[in-house]
Write a protein that binds this ligand. Structure first.
Ligand SMILES: O=C(O)CCC(=O)C(=O)O
Ligand SMILES: [Fe+2]
Length: 229
């Protein structure tokens, strides 16, 4: 698939799923053919590489601020990656190293679950980081004024500050919202899922004991190249 077609998919549905795509090319090289990779130094010592390997891990109270620490092998709820950043990375790419047919990746798209959110509430919803700090730094739920229907959400790292934000949180936590999600299976090596981190939310289903060897590469992109590659 060409970069222009990928861009069209991301601008439309907010995600593109490419099965066994560019096999034999590293995740970082695949990402660099598509766009500008987010500078890994922004992860402040958490990682020294642009590619993170996601492996299921048991719940761990010593890592309450990490998704695996909090949710373990259980379901990861809908979220924006790095929702507490002033500007979260625009895109993320998930690419299979070792897959399986048991674990679903969830997409909450504009046409699906997110259509349940009232645009007026979304436009006035204010959140703040949950990190213990004396100064509250509020930010809008809309990531970017110029990007229609951009949204950030995360149940662990940010907290609703006003009534609009609380109403949005309630809608996102509803069964109806969950029931409208899409379930994709990252099954085979090089299966690649590109996600617009500003216009969709994503999550992950339960990890079964047979799937504990699952390993997914993740890399963030700030923008897509303009040229039609
Ligand atoms: O493993 C997946 O399919 C997605 C994981 C995820 O969303 C995360 O670790 O932030
Ligand atoms: Fe995520």
């Amino acid at each position: 698939m060409k970069t222009v077609e990928i861009r069209a998919g991301l601008e439309g549905e907010g995600f593109v799923f490419l099965r066994e795509w560019m096999r034999g090319t590293s995740t970082e090289d695949v990402a660099r053919t598509l766009g500008e990779v987010t500078d890994h130094r922004l992860f402040a010592g958490l990682t020294d590489s642009a590619v993170h390997q996601l492996r299921p891990k048991p719940r761990n109270h010593l890592a309450p601020n990490r998704y695996y620490g909090h949710f373990g092998f259980g379901e990861y709820p809908p979220h924006t990656d790095l929702a507490h950043w002033i500007v979260p990375p625009r895109y993320l790419m998930l690419r299979v190293r070792s897959g399986g047919n048991q674990v679903a990746t969830h997409i909450y798209s504009q046409a699906g679950s997110l259509s349940l959110l009232d645009p007026l509430l979304l436009g006035s919803a204010i959140f703040a980081s949950r990190q213990a700090s004396r100064t509250i730094v509020p930010f809008p739920m809309k990531v970017c004024k110029e990007t229609p229907s951009s949204i950030r959400w995360d149940p662990l790292f940010i907290q609703p500050i006003n009534d609009s934000a609380k109403a949005c949180a309630k809608a996102i936590n509803s069964a109806e919202f969950r029931n409208m999600r899409l379930e994709l299976i990252l099954e085979h090596p090089a299966d690649t899922l590109l996600i617009d981190n500003w216009r969709t939310l994503h999550g992950r289903g339960n990890v079964t004991p047979e799937s504990e060897g699952r390993c997914i590469d993740r890399i963030y992109l700030d923008s897509l190249h303009d040229h039609a590659g």
